[in-house]
Each structure stands twice: as structure tokens, then as C-alpha cells.
Design a binder for this molecule. Structure first.
Ligand code: NAP
Length: 441
């Protein structure tokens, strides 16, 4: 109980942040930066911290993953603690957490796919970006996904950065992926695959696409794969002055693709605009995707009635995510996140990141978001003498739960680094029991 009574005039404010991803860490950092009486436990259902940095950011974007050093520094503070392998819902209820802590912050991200809502969506060869990205990033939930990549053509639906990530990871050679932490099971399947054509489908046009120039340009620099698009769907140079900077740079990359020679490399990556998916075709597996041509009028995507069938063996919808609902927490069905007012859900219950604002923005967007929510918490909640960490520890002991501390995680990390081959930074462990064994060894 020592921490509870450290300053009689300043009782401890106990905060449980649920989710050890960027949103959770930035919130913990902001909560503890200047306030001496705040103690934060960052709780995650996985034994590994850093959320999307580890399991969402593409394995060939290692420089983006370096931001985890900042989260690590947050974890070095004695008022912040990582509590891994503790699952809200499975090991502890929200009511129990709210009884133990003054504040619970839901930083649970958006781990479910938005549905396409078309016929054939449930066929085995349709795999949404949440499981597909999780699979190639060695997320324990998807280690056994085993998508059948013995196909000649893959179709990625969506014009965001996740669609570009998925297309690029499928297109890169083993050599291009050598210095990455691509999951071994994914490397075997991708680099042994006969894929010759990768399609990226946008239901609107190049000016409406939400991918960004740096990511799009990477598709023009692939060793074994040539990026292509249809010149007739690109805007004329007459309107260059009316475009935003991002649009201009995207269009410039696309103009290059329209001029690329389709025979230049063995694999082709086609970006097709103004098509929307109507039905996935096939009986037991996918054999094609029916598309309808579209026009965009005043920003709305309208079908023309003209359809075509794209032969394809795998469809990966990358059309956005939804936060997983939690019993008794109000949910905004339209936005796919918790109902909240600037992060406030209920007395002592807040949300942050994608769970607060929906699945938009980069890793960096979570920093100001975390600062705002932390400020709101500090101005709205006063400590009520809750049990905090001692209470959680008693419950963990009573239930014989095997929680993982930050020091334990460093043991897992060291094992992953020791297993790495060649220039790979680590070989990720995908099995939670194995991680626990390493911690206990
Ligand atoms: P996103 O940027 O919102 O893109 C989703 C795409 O799916 C849009 O093109 C959207 O088209 C399309 N779409 C939605 N519903 C559809 C439907 N029913 N049929 C066909 N197309 C549909 O989402 P995201 O790619 O999942 O990315 C999420 C966030 O993470 C974004 O902020 C992104 O920038 C970020 N991110 C960043 C990086 C990076 O910086 N390297 C990497 C990955 C992700 P409409 O526009 O027509 O709705």
C-alpha cells in the first residue's frame, strides 16, 4: 500500500489503460509526465507490448517501428507498468477493473474488419485485412490462418495505405524482405507462391484515394513486380493546379505506372479505379470477383450497371476496421467505435485512439489524441482511494493468472532477437504458451 499513501495531501490516482498500443502509451506518457500522484497500469491481453507497431505496421517498415523506443522510455518510469497476458473479458471484467482503478481508459484499437456486405464474402478465399495483416505480422491470433496462396491472381479491395501494404508485401521478393520481421510462415507461403497478378481495386478515382505518396511510390520500386494503372482514369494535367499536394504526388506516381511496360517484370500489380465489388464468385473457393464500373458524382460513388468478372483466387478486403464492442460500453455502430464525447464515455471510463475516433490517422495522430484525453482525465477525475495495483495483484494471485511484466517482455524480445537469421531484426514468436515458458525459464 506504500504508493497509495505517499503524499497525504495528494492521494494516488489509479489508471488502467487497456491496450498497449500507441494510443495507450501516448496516454500513459501524458498522464504521468507532470502529475506526481498518477500511477498507470497498461494492460494488454498479449504478453507483448506495442500493439499495431508490432502487429500492424508492415514488416518492411522497420523505421516506423522504432517509435517503440519512446514507449519503452515511458515504461522505464516507476509510475507506469506493463501488465501483459491479462485479458479484459477472459481474466477480468470491466466492472472489476472499474472497482480497482479510479479511471479505465479503453485503448483497444479496431481489430475487426468492416464487412464488404456482398455475396460470397464468407468463402474461404476471402480474408480481411485484420487477419491477413495479423498473419504476416506473426500475431498469435492468426498464426494458423494459412491462407492458400497457390493462386495466380490476388485482389486487394480498397485504396488506403493498408491495401498498399498488403499488395507490396505480396509483391516483394525474399531478398527484398530479408531485413524485416515478416512471419516465417508467411515468408514460406508468399515466396513460394505462383502469384503473377495483384489487383488493387478502388471504388472511386485517383483523387479520392486515401493512400499517401510515399507508400504509393514504393510500388514503383519493386524488384520483381511492375505497377500498372489505366491512363484513361487519371486526371488531365489541366487540373494539376487544382489538386492538393498529396493528390498531385499520388497522380504523379500513377502517371508513371500508366507508362510502365507490363512485360518489364514477372509480376504485375494493377491499380484499377472506378470499380466496386458486387459479388465474390466460387463454390468452395474463390474463382473471381464481379465488379461494377462506377462514376463519382458530388463525392458519391454510383454504379453504372456495367459489370465485369475479374478472375482471382484470393480476395483481401482492406476497407477499414471496427473496434470490438465490450459488454455494457455504449457503441457507435455507424463509426465502429465506442460512443464518446472527446474520449469521455462514463464517469471514470474513457477511450482513446481508434477506439475513440474510428480507424483513421497514422501512429503519430495518437500523440495529440492521448494528450487531450489525459488532460481531460486529470481535470475531471479525483482519486477515490481505490486499491489500484495492490488490488489487481491480489486478484491475479487469487485467479492464478500468469501476467507478463515489462522485464518479462524483455526476455521474450531477447529470445526473438537471438532466433533472428541474417539481417532480420527478430524472429517473432507466435505462440503465447511458448512466450510464457520463456518468461518462466
Ligand atoms: P482507409 O484509409 O480508410 O482506406 C479504406 C479504403 O477502403 C478506402 O479507399 C475506401 O474507399 C475503401 N472502402 C471502404 N468501404 C468499401 C467498400 N464497401 N467497397 C470498396 N471499397 C471500400 O483505411 P485503411 O487503409 O484501413 O487505413 C487505416 C488508417 O491507417 C489510415 O489512416 C491509414 O493512413 C493508416 N495507415 C497508415 C500507414 C502508413 O502510414 N504507412 C499504413 C497503414 C495504415 P472510400 O474512400 O470510397 O470510402
Amino acid at each position: 500500500m506504500a504508493e497509495n499513501g505517499s503524499a497525504a495531501e495528494q492521494p494516488t490516482l489509479w489508471v488502467a489503460v487497456i491496450g498497449a498500443g500507441p494510443a495507450g502509451y501516448y496516454t500513459a506518457e501524458a498522464l504521468t509526465k507532470d502529475a506526481d500522484n498518477v500511477r498507470v497500469d497498461i494492460i494488454d491481453r498479449l504478453p507483448t507490448p506495442f500493439g499495431l507497431i508490432r502487429a500492424g505496421v508492415a514488416p518492411d517498415h522497420q523505421s516506423i517501428k522504432n517509435v517503440s523506443r519512446r514507449y519503452e522510455a515511458t515504461n522505464q518510469r516507476d509510475n507506469v507498468r506493463f501488465v501483459g497476458n491479462l485479458s479484459l473479458g477472459r481474466d477480468i471484467t470491466l466492472t472489476e477493473l472499474r472497482d480497482l482503478y479510479d479511471v479505465v481508459v479503453l485503448a483497444t484499437g479496431a481489430a475487426k474488419d468492416r464487412p464488404l456486405g456482398i455475396d460470397g464474402e464468407d468463402l474461404p478465399g476471402v480474408i480481411g485485412s485484420a487477419p491477413f495483416v495479423g498473419w504476416y505480422n506473426a500475431h498469435p491470433d492468426y498464426k494458423d490462418l494459412s491462407p492458400d496462396l497457390r493462386v495466380a491472381s490476388v485482389t486487394v479491395v480498397g485504396n488506403g495505405n493498408v491495401a498498399v501494404d498488403v499488395a507490396r508485401i505480396l509483391a516483394k521478393t525474399a531478398g527484398e524482405m530479408a531485413g524485416t520481421d515478416l512471419a516465417h510462415h508467411a515468408a514460406d507461403a508468399i515466396h513460394g507462391s505462383p502469384i503473377k497478378d495483384i489487383y488493387v481495386i478502388g471504388r472511386r478515382g485517383p483523387l479520392d484515394a486515401s493512400f499517401t505518396p510515399k507508400e504509393l511510390n514504393e510500388l514503383n520500386q519493386l524488384e520483381n513486380c511492375v505497377a500498372l494503372t489505366e491512363a484513361e482514369h487519371l486526371p488531365s494535367e489541366d487540373i494539376d493546379d487544382m489538386m492538393t499536394g498529396v493528390q498531385r504526388k499520388n497522380v504523379s506516381a500513377l502517371r508513371q505506372m500508366a507508362e510502365n511496360d507490363p512485360t518489364a517484370k514477372p509480376v504485375r500489380l494493377h491499380i484499377l479505379f472506378f470499380r466496386r465489388p458486387m459479388a465474390v464468385l466460387g463454390d468452395e473457393c474463390v474463382c473471381g470477383l464481379r465488379l461494377e464500373e462506377t462514376v463519382v458524382e458530388e463525392g458519391a460513388c454510383i454504379g453504372t450497371g456495367h459489370t465485369e468478372v475479374l478472375p482471382t483466387g484470393l480476395v483481401v478486403p482492406c476497407i477499414g476496421y471496427r473496434t470490438s464492442p465490450i459488454p455494457d460500453v455504449p457503441y457507435d455502430e455507424r463509426r465502429g467505435c465506442f460512443e464518446n464525447e472527446d474520449g469521455f464515455i462514463d464517469h471514470g471510463l474513457y477511450c482513446v485512439g481508434w477506439a475513440k475516433r474510428g480507424p483513421t490517422g497514422t501512429i503519430g495522430t495518437n500523440k495529440p489524441d492521448g494528450i487531450d484525453v489525459a488532460r481531460k482525465i486529470l481535470s475531471e477525475v479525483t482519486p477515490a482511494g481505490k486499491p489500484g495495483r495492490d488490488g489487481l495483484e491480489a486478484l491475479v494471485k487469487e485467479r492464478d493468472l500468469k501476467i507478463v511484466t515489462f522485464q518479462d517482455w524483455k526476455k521474450i524480445e531477447a529470445s526473438e532477437e537471438a532466433l533472428a537469421q541474417g539481417s532480420a531484426p527478430r524472429r517473432k514468436i507466435t505462440d503465447i504458451d511458448e512466450m510464457v515458458r520463456i518468461v518462466e525459464s
